[in-house]
Structures are given as structure tokens and as C-alpha cells.
Design a protein around this ligand. Structure first.
Ligand code: COA
Ligand code: AMP
Length: 630
């Protein structure tokens, strides 16, 4: 019999300290905590204050000691480079402790920051765990981000060192990383002292004498180091995520809350046991990659699959089925987009017939709304539970889910099910009043947030308060909108701010607008998220040109798209820009993005009473139709 969801949920809210103290027993502590929850600095809550532990010890050493030394910790599966590599816990511990030794030898100490700008290779996970081993705070920057984005993060995190690889591989294209890194360091005000480069055979990078060091050479000379006990509340990592402005938010993760929450979630949300094979098909540059490709499965003694490929095209829509069958995957976690991509290329599931995927027990999907069509398709195809669950970079682990390790709920397509223990989720109106069943509003979580959620933003307590806590006192505001039904199921409908979700990746339209507006011919612009059948949303740009610009629009459009690719990255997927005469605005000059979105998505829209000129929406509709975008 599985433990009861209801009992666990109630207890997590009524007796949070007892609940999480019990969960914390699963973790190895160098020193027990003084207080489970320190609320004296509220709303800056601290979990397990006074405790000491090391996340890397809990992810590796403890398993090596307890009989898992020969079990696979990581299976690196890279169809783009033709490599499958299995690393045991012992091997991973050896490499991590040696790389930690290299970092020490380079002068990195507890509290220093280190940026990891790498593709999906085991060395990225090794670098993360090596930092955790010695208390260096890592910040992984997604390898698909361009130099300018990397530079912004360098200036905020002020790293002593950066670790990179010579190249990434996008399907068949080799993308040299080193020139992107060099350009980012040139652009940034802060200069790291050292860059460590892992040379891949597909493209070797040239090293800058005095600054750049070769990974292999360092490792040859390295002396392994032991884990350094850290304060429970010491930062483990910073992960930048898009906010509404051009400046990304540095989400901080502490050591103890993170370890306790992830371990608890592996068992109770994902229903996996130590030794099971868990696969989160996400890049390590995103929150899912941090929590469920690297830290979570290792903390729980599982085998984690690190996949460098796509759901389709590497080489075909059978790629996921091949990986599941070959490695005995029990749980797959990915974004709905991946399943929409497979469905588009193989609607009848023909490729699945070639593989025995009977090992797969659950499919978990998150990162964007799971549309009922995709839910039903995946459910029919695989014949196993398909679990939509909802979370954010900020939470670091699921806030709403059908917890498979507890007594499960009935499934309802379109819903991320019920709040996970620890999360008191409410739907509020704009005045902060709790709404009733089926009333759509703003989703907030009552404070304190459970362990594992962000304690603050890096070097910016004020922004943490302003972004999340000030809108509804006593609550964390998620910036998602949605509703609950009469049974407490949550339906998350999407962001209510200027953040968009493209193929499960989060982007700021404000940042894209900054880049579009920097084009010399652009007078003003707006970027909104328009619906897309594959990626969920894609950015759509609307541009008003400066008076007197006579160049052809097609050429300008190409330049704008190129600018976004060069400054943010191709992954932003800005492929559609439309020329308009005017933008719809309120009389006080605020751009009516929602109206633009409604027009682009072909929804009925009402002309807002605050609009400065009611003719403009019609003009926009025509302009979008003319450019084939409406
Ligand atoms: N480095 C460099 N470029 C990258 C990159 C990286 N790490 N990741 C993506 N890009 C580029 C792609 O090559 C593509 O470039 P293009 O415009 O020149 O073709 C662009 O960024 C968009 O990439 P992507 O979003 O991957 O779109 P796609 O059209 O290549 O593939 C899907 C579509 C659905 C297959 C893909 O989005 C996917 O696998 N999604 C799964 C969702 C996921 O993993 N979400 C993570 C959160 S759980
Ligand atoms: P990220 O921080 O990149 O993980 O993105 C978080 C955002 O993705 C959330 O604020 C939601 O808008 C969206 N999201 C994540 N999971 C879901 C889900 N299951 N259903 C709907 N939206 C989701």
C-alpha cells in the first residue's frame, strides 16, 4: 500500500517542521540542524539552519560507501556523436573528486562562483558536482545562449572561473563554443581569472595562454579532494532564468533544502527506488536538467541518463524508444513539445513497434501546458500513466503533480493534478482574495515555501521581494494564471507576465524587445508569445519603422531575426516579425500585448476601453494576415 496523499499533504501544511525533519533523515548530515525552519528572518525563511552537509557527498560518496560503487550513476547517450558511455558511481566519484582537486589547485575556494557553459556531456555534470564538493557556487548557462546572454550572466555572478567545451553538436552541426565564450568575456565587465576547456574531437579550440587551461591536462595532474561540509543554507548554485525585464533572475538554491526536497520527490512524486533508471530529457542548462538529470537521481542512488540528442532527427522519431529500451528506463521526464514533435513525425507510433519499452512505468511531462490532445495520444501510445506536473525554475521541484509514490488521484486531462505536499496553492483575484472552484485567477503559494525552493535571488534580496512576495503579502506569486476545480485539481493556463514558453524553454519578451529595438531602423516594437502547434508558443515581433526608412522590409526583417539569434541565441526561435504602422497602446502609452496576442492567435478580442485608437487592432490584424502570420 502506498502512503496516503491526503495524510501527507495535510501533515506537510499542519506540521511542516515534523514533516520535513522526517524527510531529512534520508540525507547524510555532517551535523544535524538546530532548527528545521527558521522563520525569524521571514519572508527570508531558512530550512535546516545550523545543519551541515555536502550535496556531492550525498550524491556520490554515500552510495559508493553503501554498496553502489559498481552501479551506473550516469549513462551518457549521445546519438549526435555516436557515443554511449556508462559511468559507475565509483568512476564518477573519482572524476569529480579529481576535478574538484583541479579547481582547488586553480585557487577556487568555498563561496567563489564558477560558470559552466557546456553542451550535454558528462563533463558538465562532473563540473557541477565538483563545485558542490568544495562549496564553489556553480552557475550553468545553457549552451544555446549567445555571447551577450552569457556576458550578462558573467557580470551578475562574477565568476572566478568558467568551464567550457570546445564545441556542442546540434543534430549534424558542430557549434564551436570557445569563440562564443571569448566574445562573452570581451563583452563582460567582469573578467574570470581562468577558463577550463574540455576539448572534444569534433572541433578543437585554441587556448589563450595565461588564462585558458586544458581539462585533460588539469585532470592528469589533479589530486582528488574530499567533500567539504557546508552550512545547510550555503548556496549550491545560481541558475539564471528569464524575468520580465532584460536582466535575468539569478535563482539561488541552497544545499540542505535542495537535497531533502529532491530525495523526497524522487520517491514520492516519481515513485522510483535507488537503482532504478531515471531519464529527464532536458538540457542541464535548465532547471529540469539540474534537478532531475544531475542532482535528484544521484541523491537517490538511481542511474541517470544524460542524453545529447533530440526527440526527432537523431536519427528519427524512434530515438526516445531506443534509449528507453537500451538502458531500461523506468521513468521518462520531458516536455510536451518533445511528444508533439514525435507525434508530428510518427502519428501512428510505428517506430515504437521496433522496441521493447515494457520497462517504462511512467511518463512525466512539464515545462509548459500539456494540451489534452498530446496527453491522450501519449497515453494511448504507451499505455502507462502520463503525468502532467507543474513547476518553475524558482521552485526547483514540482509544485503540483499526481504523486505516484503516494496514493494517486484520478487523471484529468488538462490538469497538473493537485498540490504536492509542502505547497499550499491558492488561486487569487487581483486583490488577493481566494477564488472558488472554476474561477480563473492568479496562482500563488502560501509562505513559507517548502525546502528546495529559492531562498532569494543572487545578490538581490529586493528583487526577490518585489518579483515574488510583494504582490500578495504572505504568498509567493508564481506569475502563472489558472483555476482549481471543485476537487482541488489545478489547471495552469500560462504566464500572466511577459515571460513566454517556447518548446518548454522560458524567455523574456522584454529582452527580445530590447534586441529588436536596438536595430537602427526600428522606431518601436512589441514581442508577444503566439500559439504554435509544435512549440506551444513562439515569439512574434511587431515593428514600427522610423520615418524615412526606405530599405526593403524583407531585408530589415532578416537583420532583426539575425540580431536576436546573435544576441540571445537561435533557441529563442524568433522567426516571425511583422511590419505595422502603429502599436495598440493605452492612452498612457502602455502597449496592449494581450490584444496583440489575441489577434495573432485568431481569438475574439474586445477593444479595450483604455485604447488610444480603436482602429489599431484592425490594422494589426490586416498586417499580420498580409505577412501570413495572423
Ligand atoms: N546550442 C546551440 N543551438 C541550439 C541549442 C544548443 N544547445 N539548442 C537549440 N539550438 C538551436 C537549434 O539548432 C535551432 O536552431 P535553428 O533555428 O537554426 O534550426 C534553434 O536553436 C531552436 O531549437 P529547438 O527549440 O531545439 O527547436 P528545433 O526546431 O531544433 O527542435 C524540438 C524542436 C521540439 C525537437 C525541440 O524543441 C525539443 O527537443 N524540445 C524538447 C523540449 C525540451 O527539452 N525542453 C526542456 C525543458 S523540460
Ligand atoms: P521554467 O522556469 O523554465 O521551468 O518555466 C516555468 C513555467 O513553465 C511556469 O511558470 C509555467 O508557466 C510553465 N509550466 C511548467 N510546467 C507546466 C505545466 N505542467 N503546465 C502548465 N505550465 C507549465
Amino acid at each position: 500500500m502506498k502512503p496516503s496523499y491526503e495524510t501527507n499533504y495535510r501533515r506537510s501544511l499542519m506540521e511542516p517542521e515534523a514533516f520535513w525533519a522526517e524527510a531529512a533523515e534520508a540525507v547524510h548530515w555532517d551535523r544535524k540542524w538546530n532548527r528545521v525552519l527558521n522563520a525569524s528572518k521571514g519572508p527570508f525563511f531558512q530550512w535546516f539552519q545550523g545543519g551541515m552537509l555536502n550535496t556531492c557527498y550525498n550524491a556520490l560518496d554515500v552510495h559508493v560507501k553503501n554498496g553502489r560503487a559498481e552501479q551506473a550513476a550516469l549513462i551518457y547517450d549521445s546519438p549526435v556523436s555516436g557515443v554511449v558511455r556508462r559511468m559507475t558511481y565509483q568512476e564518477l566519484q573519482d572524476e569529480v573528486s579529481r576535478f574538484a582537486g583541479s579547481l582547488r589547485a586553480l585557487g577556487l575556494e568555498k563561496g567563489d562562483r564558477l560558470i559552466i557553459y557546456m553542451p550535454m556531456i558528462p563533463e558538465a555534470a562532473i563540473a557541477m558536482l565538483a563545485c558542490a564538493r568544495i562549496g564553489v557556487v556553480h552557475s550553468v548557462v545553457f549552451g544555446g545562449f549567445a555571447s551577450q546572454e552569457l556576458a550578462i550572466r558573467i557580470d551578475d555572478a562574477r565568476p572566478k572561473a568558467i568551464v567550457t567545451a570546445s564545441c556542442g553538436i546540434e543534430v549534424q552541426q558542430v557549434i564551436p563554443y570557445k569563440p562564443l565564450l571569448d566574445a562573452a568575456i570581451d563583452l563582460a565587465e567582469h573578467k574570470p581569472e581562468v577558463c577550463v576547456v574540455y576539448q572534444r574531437p569534433q572541433a578543437r579550440a585554441s587556448l589563450k595562454p595565461g588564462r585558458d587551461r586544458d581539462w585533460e591536462e588539469l585532470m592528469e595532474a589533479a589530486k582528488p579532494v574530499d567533500c567539504l561540509p557546508l552550512e545547510a543554507t550555503d548556496p549550491l548554485y545560481i541558475l539564471y532564468t528569464s524575468g520580465t525585464t532584460g536582466k535575468p533572475k539569478g535563482v539561488v538554491r541552497d544545499n540542505a533544502g535542495h537535497a531533502v526536497a529532491l530525495r523526497w520527490s524522487l520517491e514520492h512524486v516519481y515513485d522510483v527506488l535507488p537503482g532504478d533508471v531515471f531519464w529527464a530529457a532536458s538540457d542541464i542548462g535548465w532547471a529540469v536538467g539540474h534537478s532531475y538529470t544531475v542532482y535528484g537521481p544521484l541523491l537517490h542512488g538511481c542511474t541517470s541518463v544524460l542524453y545529447q540528442g533530440k526527440p526527432v532527427g537523431t536519427p528519427d522519431p524512434g530515438a526516445f524508444w531506443r534509449v528507453i529500451a537500451q538502458h531500461g528506463v523506468k521513468v521518462l521526464f520531458t516536455a510536451p513539445t518533445a511528444f508533439r514533435a514525435i507525434k508530428k513525425e510518427d502519428p501512428g507510433g510505428e517506430y515504437l513497434k521496433e522496441f521493447d519499452v515494457s520497462c517504462l512505468q511512467y511518463l512525466f511531462l512539464a515545462g509548459e501546458r500539456l494540451d489534452p490532445d498530446t496527453y491522450h495520444w501519449a497515453r494511448r501510445l504507451l499505455g502507462i500513466p502520463v503525468i502532467d506536473h507543474w513547476w518553475q525554475t524558482e521552485s526547483g521541484w514540482p509544485m503540483a503533480a499526481n504523486c505516484m509514490g503516494l496514493t494517486p488521484h484520478a487523471f484529468k486531462a488538462g490538469s497538473a493534478s493537485k498540490p504536492v505536499p509542502g505547497y499550499d496553492i491558492q488561486v487569487l483575484d487581483s486583490d488577493g482574495q481566494v477564488l472558488g472552484p472554476h474561477e480563473e485567477g492568479l496562482i500563488a503559494v502560501k509562505l513559507p515555501l517548502p525546502p528546495g525552493c529559492l531562498p532569494t535571488l543572487w545578490n538581490d534580496d529586493q528583487r526577490y521581494l518585489d518579483s515574488y512576495l510583494s504582490r500578495f503579502p504572505g504568498y509567493y506569486f508564481t506569475a502563472d494564471g489558472g483555476r482549481k476545480d471543485e476537487e482541488g485539481y489545478l489547471y495552469v493556463m500560462g504566464r500572466v507576465d511577459d515571460v513566454i514558453n517556447v518548446a518548454g524553454h522560458r524567455f523574456s519578451t522584454g529582452r527580445m524587445e530590447e534586441v529588436v529595438a536596438s536595430h537602427p531602423d526600428v522606431a518601436e516594437c512589441a514581442v508577444v508569445g503566439a500559439q504554435d502547434p509544435l512549440k506551444g508558443q513562439v515569439p512574434l515581433g511587431l515593428v514600427v519603422l522610423k520615418a524615412g526608412v526606405e530599405r526593403g522590409w524583407k531585408e530589415i526583417e532578416r537583420e532583426i531575426i539575425q540580431r536576436v539569434r546573435a544576441e540571445i541565441g537561435a533557441v529563442a526561435s524568433l522567426k516571425r516579425v511583422s511590419l505595422v504602422k502603429r502599436l495598440p497602446k493605452t492612452r498612457s502609452g502602455k502597449i496592449l500585448r494581450r490584444t496583440i496576442r489575441d489577434i495573432a492567435d485568431g481569438r475574439d478580442y474586445s477593444i479595450p476601453s483604455t485604447i488610444d485608437d480603436p482602429e489599431i487592432p484592425r490594422e494589426i490584424g490586416l498586417a499580420l494576415k498580409e505577412s501570413g502570420l495572423g
